[in-house]
Design a protein around this ligand. Structure first.
Ligand code: ADP
Length: 197
């Protein structure tokens, strides 16, 4: 099974992805986490990405595609994978299709949260965690990038008749996870090749 967790910045993708990973035994790959770790280690990739991320912009498709391809090649091809933060552009979605061949994306969990709440959550996280891209300016830029380049990724999957599971992302972590779990279980019951999860 290949699943994606999708949603705007602050929608809780990373938190829900960790729970899905545990519940369904999937390998979780977060491009945001990979990039933050590269930045922390001061690698060549990290040096290239740090300034772009801090400004709330997207790093280049080419760089992120190479990172994901190399990580996927290290994962057992029969295992269940949950991608978080990728693909973030239609170009990345097309690159992912080519990387996965002959496998395909089985489902997309899309977390739905109103924008005013997203901004509140991100400003709160800025106060608690101090992530470099959680300044008000970078947050607004990430929202703009989401609307102009990322939101359309869902259309890519809808056109391919991939199941897009829309989940209400408002509420506490457990309540949201309950909805995510139900949605994945319902899908698994209706799709023969998804029964393994
Ligand atoms: P969030 O969704 O909360 O903004 P992430 O942790 O998923 O946070 O990503 C943080 C930053 O890392 C993004 O704003 C972007 O700069 C970079 N990034 C992560 N994934 C991608 C991607 N697939 N393509 C381009 N940039 C990415």
């Amino acid at each position: 099974m290949i699943g994606l967790i999708f949603g705007p910045p602050g929608s809780g993708k990373g938190t829900q992805a960790s729970r899905v990973e545990r519940e369904f035994g999937m390998s979780h790959l977060s491009t945001g986490e990979i990039l933050r770790s590269e930045v922390a280690h001061g690698s060549a990739v990290g040096k290239e990405a740090a300034r772009i991320m801090a400004a709330g912009d997207l790093v280049s498709d080419d760089l992120i595609d190479r990172i994901v391809e190399s990580r996927l090649s290290r994962i057992d091809p029969t295992s269940n994978v949950l991608l978080d933060g990728f693909p973030r552009t239609t170009e990345q979605a097309k690159a992912l299709d080519a990387m996965l061949e002959p496998r395909t994306v089985d489902f997309v969990v899309s977390l739905d949260v109103p924008e005013a709440l997203l901004i509140d959550r991100l400003l709160h996280r800025a106060a608690v965690e101090g992530r470099a891209d959680d300044t008000r300016e970078a947050i607004m830029e990430r929202m703009r990038e989401y609307h102009s380049r990322t939101a359309s990724v869902l259309d890519h999957y809808r056109e391919q008749v991939v199941s897009v599971l829309e989940v209400d992302g408002v509420g506490d972590v457990d309540a949201v996870f309950d909805r995510v779990r139900q949605a994945i279980k319902k899908l698994a019951a209706s799709k023969p090749r998804a029964r393994g999860i």
